[in-house]
Design a protein. Structure first.
Length: 347
């Protein structure tokens, strides 16, 4: 399945049904009177967060969603049927914006959340509603109210506990494949990863979700390279794992480049807890390891970890550090739901 994290859709709720003008025509009833029923209400348009989706690819092929119109009223005081709702199923982490792509309408972060996007029009009154002591035979009825229509942007921001950042070809996909069951595309050229990949890491006594974000280059926040399109997926991460290519010409400069892009993008990315790891340690000699580690240590607060996803060196240490930071962030989350103890009663 292809990955799509942004889509524009058109939604329209159903028009209300028209009220009916009708009079009773029954044998032996001399003055039947009005009996026109009301029109049915038009259907609503909803967005619902569901499980099992991780892309907006469905909205590449269908962009228009219209709810059904309400049925018209009928004689014998029969009300028209209500129009069926239209429901947009979206993955967890979807944000809905107005047509300007800036005004936030809803942020769906939990399975089962629903938000009303367009309300259906009310049904019109039949002539029964207008009878009175002075108007025994009203010959008027209301038309149904029109539905609402609008253009909306759907933007997906993956929900992950930890995010992998770094320059292109710094070993992010290789690391994700080493610590989880994910199988991202891995090659020896830049920008191999064209869309984020998710993997579940089991280690350190905690399970957490790790996101592999496509590589950043200088000027990414202004659209250079793949640009800042995928930086939004890092916004929800609790901790960042910054991978620096140990075989590069300037590892410390590579770290600064990515940090500058995170700070320029904003949205609190530069303030997130960060773990720095020097990758491809299996390709470095003892002298090169010391030199690269010292150079990065001068720029990075704290000592970086030497990692080799191929040989497994340092991988367990990094996973333990990530699990510790994720657990600390989860415990500090005010919206966290406490986990049930293992011996808790269950039906």
């Amino acid at each position: 399945m292809k990955f799509l994290d942004q889509a524009k859709v058109y939604v329209r709720s159903g028009d209300g049904g028209a009220g009916a003008v009708s009079f009773r025509r029954e044998k032996f009833i001399e003055f039947g009177g009005p009996d026109g029923g009301d029109g049915g209400r038009g259907g609503d348009v909803w967005a619902e967060c569901v499980d099992g989706l991780n892309t907006l690819i469905d909205y590449r092929y269908q962009q228009h969603f219209k709810a059904k119109k309400g049925g018209h009223g009928m004689g014998k005081d029969r009300t028209g049927a209500g129009g069926a709702d239209a429901v947009l199923h979206v993955p967890v982490g979807t944000q809905i914006f107005e047509e300007d792509n800036e005004t936030l309408v809803a942020d769906l972060t939990e399975v089962g959340q629903r938000v009303l996007l367009a309300r259906g029009g009310n049904g019109g009154f039949g002539n029964t509603r207008f009878k009175s002591a002075t108007n025994r035979a009203p010959r008027r009825a209301n038309p149904g109210a029109p539905g609402e229509e609008r253009w909306l942007w759907l933007r997906l921001k993956l929900i992950a506990d930890a995010g992998l950042v770094g320059l292109p070809n710094s070993g992010k996909s290789t690391f994700l494949a080493a610590v989880s069951a994910a199988r991202p595309k891995i090659a020896d050229y830049p920008f191999t990863t064209l869309h984020p990949n998710l993997g579940v890491v089991v280690g350190g006594g905690h399970d957490f979700v790790l996101a592999d974000i496509p590589g950043l280059i200088k000027g990414a926040h202004e659209g250079a390279g793949i640009g800042d399109r995928f930086l939004g997926h890092v916004e929800r991460c609790r901790v960042l794992l910054h991978l620096v290519d140990g075989t590069g010409d300037d590892p410390a400069g590579a770290w600064r480049t990515v940090r500058e892009e995170l700070a320029a993008y904003g949205h609190g990315l530069a303030d997130k807890p960060e773990i720095v790891a020097i990758t491809k340690a299996d390709s470095l000699s003892s002298e090169e390891r010391q030199r690269v580690s010292d150079a990065v240590s001068k720029a990075v607060p704290g000592r970086p970890v030497l990692v080799s996803a191929v040989s497994g060196e340092g991988v367990a240490t990094v996973v333990e550090l990530l699990a510790r930071e994720v657990a600390r962030a989860r415990s500090a989350d005010p919206n966290r739901v406490p986990a049930e103890p293992d011996d808790a009663w269950r039906p």
